[in-house]
Design a protein around this ligand. Sequence first.
Ligand code: ZN
Length: 222
Amino acid sequence: MVPIRVRVLLGCLGFALLSACGGGPTFIAKNQPQLADEEQACLASGTVRATGSILTRAALGGPSACGAEQPFEMAAADHGRVVLKPAALLRCPMIPQVDRWVVNVIEPAARRAYGVSLAEITVLGSYSCRPINNVSGGYLSEHGRANALDISAFTLADGTRIRVKSGWRGDARQRAFLHAVHDGACAQFSTVLGPDYNALHRDHFHVDLAYRGADGLRTVCK
Ligand SMILES: [Zn+2]
């Protein structure tokens, strides 16, 4: 049984130079109609449906550069088998990609390195109306569009916990697992950042579906 939590999510008004929720750092939001198109196509396709572990949420505030038209709260992947804790607030196109990452990459990596199934993913962050790296005056983070997910640890069915922070340069099994998870993410997302990228990512993997380049196909995998 997945508990349904009620959270108050405030939107941020305006479209040019914005102040984040609660008087936080300001940011610049580029107009990105492609992201809205991608979300519409995802919603229309019926790929993502509300289930016990994928909950629909009200829109994240009024007219705003932040949020998504129809956000979802993803409490588990792989048909409810792998728990996301806490549940991640994501836009529609992120959900099948997270699911494929879990099923096609993380689960096989866990079986290979430990001979045990994946049970839980520790979510460090998902939706957050803020600039990239929280640097005031910067561009809006993909987290502000519910288009990004930060993950700090993985728990296997036998209770083994593999943390990005200690495991990235940890023992051979931790390294094999985490590097496979990171590298495999690059086939599912347009941006993948880990501890080798910079100090801000020493304790988590960041994955997102940023629209980058003229055709939206340019990827970053670091
Ligand atoms: Zn992130």
